[in-house]
Design a protein around this ligand. Structure first.
Ligand SMILES: [Zn+2]
Length: 127
């Protein structure tokens, strides 16, 4: 079973069934709220204190990549780049996508940066 679809859906990295987050990404008031344990298999998501501090590196990489991509379009599509427009666009894009970035970073932290947490296929054997 591929991990891409459960990752996009925000499922548990171990059983790929239970939801990691309690609310929708569009719920701007509660998009950060996470389940402490997986509702399906019971694995603890924050496996050690400060585990999600590492997610900031993923968030930082996402932000820098978006700055570069937006800058590429600004500087290749226009001969006379207005720096104020570029900075406004980058800030707006970062603010609008911050809930998605927050979740993606935490999920990446759990899916990629915790290799000791192996996917157990027997949890999803529902064929
Ligand atoms: Zn689970």
């Amino acid at each position: 079973m591929s991990a891409i679809l459960p990752f996009i859906q925000g499922k548990c990295p171990q059983c790929r069934k239970g939801n990691v987050f309690t609310h929708s990404v569009t719920n701007l008031k509660n998009f950060r709220e996470m389940n402490d344990n997986c509702p399906s298999c019971g694995v603890k998501f924050e496996s050690e204190p400060g585990f999600f501090w590492g997610a900031m590196y993923f968030s930082y990489a996402y932000s820098v990549a978006s700055f570069i991509i937006i800058g590429f379009f600004f500087f290749t599509l226009s001969d006379d780049v207005n720096l104020t427009w570029y900075i406004s666009t980058v800030i707006g894009f970062t603010l609008i996508t911050s809930p998605m970035s927050f979740r993606m970073s935490r999920l990446l932290m759990m899916y990629i940066a915790a290799p000791y947490r192996k996917f157990k296929g027997n949890y999803t054997d529902n064929r």
